[in-house]
Design a protein around this ligand. Sequence first.
Ligand code: NAP
Length: 298
Amino acid sequence: MTQATIIDGKAFAAALREQVARDVTVLKAAHGVTPGLAVVLVGEDPASEVYVRNKGEQTNAAGMYSETHKLPADASEADVLALVGKLNADPAIHGLLVQFPVPDHLSQARIVAAISPDKDVDGLTVTNAGRLASGLPALTSCTPVGCMLLLKDVLGDLTGKHAVVIGRSNLMGKPMAQLLLAADCTVTIAHSRSRDLAGLCRQADILVAAVGRQEMVRGDWIKPGAAVIDVGITRLPSRDPERAAAGKTRLVGDVAFDEAKAIAGWITPVPGGVGPMTIACLLQNTLTAARRIHGLEA
Ligand code: NAP
């Protein structure tokens, strides 16, 4: 039985980070501009802390300026909005993101609305979502951008392919669908109210799963030869009881990987597939934002 080609997101992301670092060197030398990224973290969610620390380290490694602002879990919305306003006005900062989820007493929508669209490197503002949907240059959510880079790398031209995206969040499913549409795919967006999800998936030349339900997509949902992009991340206790007792965990995707790899043409693993692309694309978005703010790119 033929096996799918495993898409190595880790290697692709490393090459992308190196490319961004080279572009940053050129930007600094030619225009004296150092791209700057500010990340705001509210509260002490351990997974978010690790993610934010990685963002800071990789931003510095790319030769960019990085700031992390930690606010206590009981910070008021006025405090968060005031910080966002300060960073919007700071000329050293070109990319600004607030790590979500935020504690329940804060409105994610109001925080997003306060971020300057020029610095919105998560692509969450209405302005950037609208620009993406209208085919205008936009800062676009990092993970869907990363998925597109992987798909274009393995498939080349996506014209006419039927893409099924499971999930319709503003961060993932919707921008993913827009990017696939812009690449001339025929796009189906599925969600928790969709009927016959398995039947929809079986039609997909490209299947993107962005749900957060472990191994929901089974092997027999996949069209033979399809490209399968597994965005979902569920953290489970380690299989090794001793490691599990010590609090060690493992990551599982939305796709039953062992079943799917026997049917698909290409597939991203979890971990090591889409995950590493997200921060690499964040660096790229920060560079793009810096170039646009300084009038060096449309
Ligand atoms: P989200 O906001 O919770 O959205 C999940 C989507 O899945 C919703 O649209 C929901 O439909 C849909 N859904 C839920 N149950 C379903 C079901 N049984 N059948 C079909 N659709 C179903 O999550 P998100 O932010 O988009 O993230 C999705 C997953 O990707 C999560 O596991 C997240 O951790 C992961 N993620 C990974 C990265 C990365 O760097 N690799 C980045 C972002 C997200 P409704 O709209 O109908 O509720």
